[in-house]
Design a binder for this molecule. Structure first.
Ligand SMILES: *[C@@H]1O[C@H](CO)[C@@H](O)[C@H](O)[C@H]1NC(C)=O
Length: 206
């Protein structure tokens, strides 16, 4: 852990989250052939407290993807727990584990300076992802129930996949809506922006 500074912990953590969430992509979203790291096309602001993310990452270390980028099947619950840990620590989840929408909005917006060009982008992303999460509530509940059943007696921690969904959705939506003035304009980045108009971020990295 000591070889990571705060920034790279967040980068690693967010990249792992992004690689984990499986989004149903339209067929036309088959892998985009680019060597370019999408995050080099737009530097998104830090939306979460580095100390919190670092602490949760240490508590629930996620296995690194192998060389081909595939991850061990068991890593998803860890990712969910890391995300849940972040939402707990920021009180986005209250003591009962219920989502506090106002807190969700505040935590992500408070990280930005008052005149940030990202304010409206982040506000929209939080709103959109919060609404999508609400629609998927039954799906998340079922996933938790299934995991509890599967874990049986030797149950490790079972965490809510909603947490990873929210962290992932907000970061990828913010990235996809990077203000034009802050975008890099290389040919590779242009291809990535075009791709993201119709395809989810998760289809970029497979
Ligand atoms: C989050 O908080 C809830 C309620 O206090 C607790 O049951 C759960 O274990 C916590 N999750 C993590 C990952 O720490």
């Amino acid at each position: 852990m000591n070889s990571f500074n705060g920034n790279s912990i967040v980068m690693v953590a967010v990249m792992l989250l992004l690689a984990t969430v499986v989004t149903a992509a339209p067929n036309s979203c088959a892998k985009l052939d680019t060597q370019t790291d999408p995050f080099s096309c737009c530097t998104i602001p830090k939306l979460l407290d580095l100390a919190v993310v670092g602490k949760c990452f240490e508590q629930y270390p996620i296995d690194q993807p192998d060389a081909k980028g595939s991850k061990p099947a068991s890593s998803t619950p860890q990712t969910d727990c890391m995300s849940e840990c972040i939402l707990n620590a920021t009180a986005i989840y209250d003591k009962k584990g219920d989502l506090n929408d106002k807190k969700l909005n505040n935590v992500f917006l408070d990280s930005l300076p008052k005149n940030s060009p990202w304010l409206s982008v982040v506000r929209d992303a939080v709103k959109q992802c919060g609404e999508t999460a609400a629609k998927k509530e039954n799906e998340f509940k079922k996933a938790v129930a299934d995991q509890k059943k599967a874990a049986g007696a030797k149950a490790g921690p079972v965490c809510n996949p909603e947490a990873s969904f929210l962290v992932d959705c907000i970061h990828t939506t913010v990235f996809s809506n990077c203000p034009t003035t802050l975008r890099s304009t290389s040919a590779d980045c242009d291809a990535i922006w075009k791709f993201l108009k119709n395809c989810p971020f998760s289809a970029l990295r497979q």
